[in-house]
Write a protein of this length. Structure first.
Ligand code: ZN
Length: 420
């Protein structure tokens, strides 16, 4: 059982680590092709390696691609418990500066509007994030107004580190073997690109994003689509009945995509088409789309609709060629988690034991966990506690950091109860 003294230790230790980690710049770069995408991420990796070694972990390593791996051996008598992996990402989103982050702890939040030292115009209130209502009386951490905070996902990193330090300080808390992996470049979609699956156990959890209590076992089913329109360019003065204006046809074509099925018109479990690039001239034009939904069948219907539009347009503009390329980018991870129900059950139980209500949410995007799940390592996501990510208003209540640590401790206990 976790007692009050342990909780206080968890809170102090995790907040201290969090404040330290967010001050290390780890912005990833979508335009870089190196691994990791930015050298700065290695600096946090080096700090974590030192800390993991001082906590007595084994096989501690920062590899050439910027991944940190470590192993915590099982408590005595718990060697037969199925090992689990705990994963968090070290990088922060390139959408907002992560340089010189100056975290501020707002003690005893009074429910009012929070202001920022470095930008007097910027405010944070319940209008921005209704969850703030639940955090009155708690300590809240923000950045200073000129950067993001980086709770996504340094909160996850700090929570895992504090769980390790809690196990070291309180050996009465038992656990099986725990594998740690901190990844670079999650925010640029490359967090598992160079991951060494040999160093991961059969089952993992990511601790990333999300308010207290969140458990994510679903993500989008995702497709990318490219359409190439090949027309016929003719001198515009003499083009009657001859020219097939590829870019003009492409504009008409994409206007047939249902307007109410776009990112700006959908939420929750609704899917969409998203035309994100259109270019061309009379001779040739190209449009790129992504298609997203939680149900693969609904996405397949969208592809069928595009195919039917293509045949209609070919009839309407004789001589026009339309080439269609599409590919399945990633699948809803639910498909991979369903056969291993106990992974989700243990997470649910651990969240409840930490005194929180479990909030199942479906991720309107992909995650490293989703990619790992597809690669044979089922990996649901558990909250790290932050809100308003990728923004200068990003914040986290310190209680959420402590609660996530409790969840990790209980999670290990749940796995120990039911060895497979
Ligand atoms: Zn994240």
């Amino acid at each position: 059982m976790i007692n009050e003294e342990m909780k206080e230790f968890m809170l102090n230790d995790s907040v201290e680590r969090f404040i330290k980690y967010v001050q290390v710049e780890t912005t990833s770069d979508e335009n870089s092709s190196s691994n990791p995408s930015t050298k700065e991420q290695l600096e946090l990796g080096k700090i974590l390696v030192q800390e993991l070694e001082s906590l007595g972990l084994k096989e501690v390593e920062l590899d050439e691609f910027g991944y940190v791996y470590a192993t915590l051996p099982a408590s005595e008598g718990y060697e037969n418990v199925e090992p689990i992996g705990l994963i968090a990402h070290m990088d922060t989103s390139p959408a907002v500066s992560g340089k010189n982050v100056k975290p501020i702890v707002h003690k005893n939040y009074d429910g009012g509007t929070i202001t920022f030292r470095k930008d007097p115009e910027l405010t944070l209130s319940k209008e921005d994030s209704k969850e703030l209502e639940e955090y009155v009386g708690l300590d809240i951490i923000t950045a200073s107004g000129d950067t993001l905070l980086g709770a996504d996902d340094k909160a996850g990193v700090a929570e895992i580190m504090t769980a390790l330090s809690t196990w070291q300080k309180y050996p009465s808390l038992k656990h099986g073997e725990i594998k740690i992996c901190f990844t670079p470049d999650e925010e640029v979609g490359r967090g598992t690109e160079k991951i060494n699956k040999e160093k991961l156990p059969k089952y993992c959890y990511t601790f990333d994003g999300g308010e207290m209590g969140e458990l994510e076992i679903e993500c989008f089913d995702a497709w990318s689509v490219k359409l190439t329109f090949i027309g016929l360019s003719v001198h515009p003065g003499y083009a009657k009945n001859k020219m097939i204006n590829a870019v003009d046809v492409a504009c008409r074509f994409f206007s047939q995509i249902p307007e109410y099925e776009t990112p700006e018109r959908t939420e929750k479990r609704e899917g969409f088409y998203h035309l994100h690039n259109l270019s061309g001239n009379a001779e040739i034009a190209e449009g790129k789309m992504i298609i997203r939904d939680f149900d693969v069948e609904k996405n397949e219907k969208r592809i069928d609709y595009i195919k039917s539009l293509i045949s209609a347009y070919k009839k309407r503009y004789p001589g026009l060629k339309i080439e269609l390329e599409y590919k399945h980018s990633y699948e809803n991870m639910k498909v991979y988690l369903e056969p291993h129900k106990h992974i989700v059950d243990h997470a649910e139980k651990a969240i409840e034991r930490a005194g929180l209500e479990v909030k199942y949410t479906a991720i309107r995007g992909g995650t490293d966990g989703a990619r790992l799940s597809a690669q044979g390592i089922p990996t649901p996501n558990i909250f790290a506690g932050g809100l308003l990510f990728h923004s200068r208003k990003e914040y986290i209540p310190t209680l959420a950091i402590q609660k996530a640590v409790e969840v990790i401790i209980y999670l290990a206990e749940e796995w120990s109860k039911k060895p497979n």
